[in-house]
Design a protein around this ligand. Sequence first.
Ligand code: C2E
Ligand code: CA
Ligand code: CA
Length: 404
Amino acid sequence: MSEDRLRRTLAAGELLFEQGQQGNAAFVIESGVIEIFSERDETRQVIARLGSNDIFGEMALLGDAIRTASACAVEPTQLLVVTHEHLNERLLGADPMTRHLLRTVVLRCREMLAWMRTNAATQAMPQRTAVRTAAGDVDDADRDLAFRRLRTEQELEVALERREFQLYFQPIVRLSDRKVAGFEALIRWFKPGHGMVPPGEFIPVAEASPLINRIGLWILETAFDSLVEMDAVVSDKREPLFLTVNLSARQLTGSELLPALTRQVRRLEGRDCRIKLEITESLMIGNVVEVQAFIARCRELDVHVVLDDFGTGYCSLSYLHLFEVHTMKLDRSFVRGMAVSDASEKVVRGVTRIAHDLGLKVVVEGVERLEEADQAASLGIDYVQGYFYGRPVPLAEAIKKLKT
Ligand code: C2E
Ligand code: CA
Ligand code: CA
């Protein structure tokens, strides 16, 4: 953007904009003085006199872009321009509720100003209008999304109280003997009158609020209970049975997870089964210091950490040395790739070799056919997970699988 679009210089007495004009920018005063005024019956009513660091004209950026007052420089004035695009770019990163609330506040403000200008002395405030802004469809979509999220958040709160969640378990198979070595715990929500809601639909909502911490604690506690039950039926103890649990960003930075983990791990004393925690590649990269500290605490507790979804984000081996993880889980896109392309197969072989050199075990997820499992075995991969060996099932069924 050119310098003159980002800055404005006004001479004393120069008009910047007039009431009723279409506006598409707000301004920050760097130096000088700006008078904001409205004109009624040909008399000027000064609304404000603003100086350095004051911002004005911001209402034109949200909703209806018509200027509700005029602005004029009282002395030579230097301004920074905040454009519509500038704000929109930032708002895109905000959540829909924030955007919707901002637009609503601006609309209410405009209604109030219009009423004050015309009827305040004689009439009561009119009834509120529904939020309809120049942004139209965009705001409708934001509002729908924001309200849907709010509703889901409230339903999740109730679901936790009413015990509507359940953990399902998907087998992870050791390729050396094709036996079940462990399971991944995957949450399910059985919503009354609606059936099963997949985690992809509600975990992101829970993750955007502190609720994930409480749901996360329930998951952890239930996972440990389930592991103890599973371990009791395992007779072939070639390798300790493990259960992996998925973690969210908020849980990692929250204060409740580690004390709960410490408490739960004590319950496994005298047993050789273990809980492993899955942290996604993108979560690790976005929170390097926090994740490193968390992994260090896990090591003290002898809890293994699994790098989940490897290959969906940066897919970079160069940062692996930053995290002392025990296992690398290759995303299912690798399975699809290596089945159709020699180059992909070479990538998987290379990644597996490097992971092994670093002392990591390798799991690949999304294995749906026997040939894919065989190919994974030929590439040196240690474990596979996927529909071929079993879909996620309730605890009783997982236990049955262990017995066979
Ligand atoms: P994820 O951790 O990558 O979990 C693997 C997902 O792939 C599961 O979906 C699983 O059912 C599915 N899957 C397994 N094998 C196959 C296969 O062969 N083919 C295909 N197409 N898919 C397969 P699910 O259970 O719907 O979970 C989706 C995501 O939701 C998980 O991805 C995870 O990010 C999140 N999630 C699930 N449970 C939890 C939980 O307890 N806590 C947290 N924080 N997130 C969870
Ligand atoms: Ca996972
Ligand atoms: Ca995964």
